[in-house]
Design a protein around this ligand. Structure first.
Ligand code: ATP
Length: 234
């Protein structure tokens, strides 16, 4: 569904991404894991269109994605380190603002449903400036889900979430996957990667050095051993 071919990115005089070729299938959860400085955030930004790759191609359903393509922006919902939320607005107002921007149909019903799903319905009319980090993250997740993207890209989505919210997010992610959404997660959190991913890819020094099927067949300890071996090998 989403295919990256030989994607490279130079930042300053540093080659941060080296020839990344990777595909995300329909209804698959793919996790990209790697040590600090491996290039994960840069990879994420290039794939969602926040940064322009220096070279390489991105294909959506076999079609080449052009620079600043509206299609990729519509079809990919991404959750990065910035929440893109307005502090002086309430959860309801934030979602309505984005809903109008994305031309979401049946917006009232959808916003209420999503606020219930992420556990913020009782707080729907409070300005979010007093919200905790976890509450902000819950709302950021609702914002990403609002236009029903068929590809979700999540950069460290579990950051700041308490155990209840982690379970809630994981259930949302699995339900989306089961209904055909393709999901790419960047994470340091092995437990969550193990709980969620169908496949994991190790990014090291800007290169994908290994990919492996994870779901069910592989234990958490085995996954960690594989990762450590890949990261240590030169
Ligand atoms: N604007 C920039 N100019 C030059 N080098 C940069 C720039 N931004 C990032 N880098 C370098 O690119 C490399 C990859 O950075 P990136 O933030 O993508 O890694 P990461 O895997 O997300 O790291 P972390 O796990 O610590 O968040 C790092 O070596 C970093 O120093």
């Amino acid at each position: 569904m989403l295919e990256l071919r030989k994607m490279t990115k130079m930042l300053g005089d540093k080659l941060v991404l080296r020839n990344i070729t990777l595909s995300l299938e329909k209804g698959e959860i793919l996790a990209v894991i790697g040590p600090n400085g491996a290039g994960k955030s840069t990879f994420f930004k290039c794939t969602v269109g926040l940064l322009q790759p220096t070279s390489g191609e991105i294909l959506l359903d076999g079609k080449l994605v052009k620079k600043n393509s509206a299609e990729i922006k519509q079809r990919i919902g991404f959750l990065g380190h910035e929440s893109f939320l307005y502090n002086n607005l309430s959860p309801l107002e934030n979602l309505k603002f984005y809903g109008k921007l994305y031309k979401v149909k049946d917006l009232d019903r959808k916003t209420n449903e999503l606020l219930k799903e992420v556990g913020l319905y009782l707080f729907r009319d409070m300005p979010i400036r007093s919200f905790s980090r976890g509450m902000m993250q819950r709302l950021a997740i609702a914002r990403v889900l609002l236009p029903d993207p068929d590809i979700l890209m999540l950069d460290e989505p579990h950051t700041g979430l308490d155990q209840e919210a982690v379970t809630l997010l994981n259930n949302i992610i699995k339900n989306k996957r089961d209904s055909g959404t393709s999901i790419l997660i960047i994470s340091h959190d092995f437990e969550q990667v193990h709980a969620l991913a169908d496949r994991a890819a190790v990014l090291k020094k800007g290169k994908i050095v290994s990919t492996r099927r994870i779901r069910e067949e592989v234990s958490l300890a085995e996954m960690k051993r594989w990762y450590e071996a890949e990261v240590k090998s030169s």
